[in-house]
Design a protein. Structure first.
Length: 161
């Protein structure tokens, strides 16, 4: 029995195309799961100071029918109670992704309206330093541009940054 050597002819154009596709492909990465909210990919998990946090929930903020930002809350473990989210001394991240340009003054007005709607006058006085810090941050940003991502991170013993 004769052994036949078989080689297939592959045109040079094929190898050129293959090399081009290999060199221009994005670098490989581990697959990460995302939730899509208003076209924004929200990762299912994130790291805060080396600690893994999981997505607890995400949603879209609308104002007068306009999509303003996507908010995502990350915690060490899933929580269903707002009280548990607010009172537990664990690392937390609130990630805000702006979908449109918003001026500092509009952001400050919305922030203050939210505080007033959710806090008594006494609570507002107790939070005055933190509120002033938020206002200073928004003024420093001047105008938040579409695509801007702001992470509000809470770490026990260190506070919010």
């Amino acid at each position: 029995m004769a052994i036949r050597k078989h080689s297939a002819y592959v045109p040079m154009g094929f190898w050129t195309l293959a090399l081009f596709l290999f060199l221009t492909a994005p670098p490989g990465r581990a697959e990460t799961r995302e939730t899509l909210v208003a076209g924004v990919g929200i990762p299912e998990q994130t790291l805060l100071a080396g600690e893994r946090l999981i997505l607890n929930g995400a949603g879209l903020r609308r104002f007068m029918g306009l999509q303003v930002y996507v908010a995502a809350l990350y915690l060490p473990e899933s929580q269903r109670s707002a009280e548990d989210v607010l009172t537990r001394e664990v690392p937390k991240r609130l990630q805000l992704t702006w979908l449109r340009d918003v001026s500092a003054e509009r952001n400050i007005d919305a922030l203050m309206a939210g505080f007033r709607a959710n806090h008594s006058a006494a609570e507002m006085r107790a939070l005055s330093a933190e509120i002033a810090q938020c206002i200073d941050l928004l003024r420093a940003l001047n105008q938040v541009k579409a695509g801007t991502v702001i992470n509000l991170d809470y770490r026990p013993g260190l506070g919010t940054s």
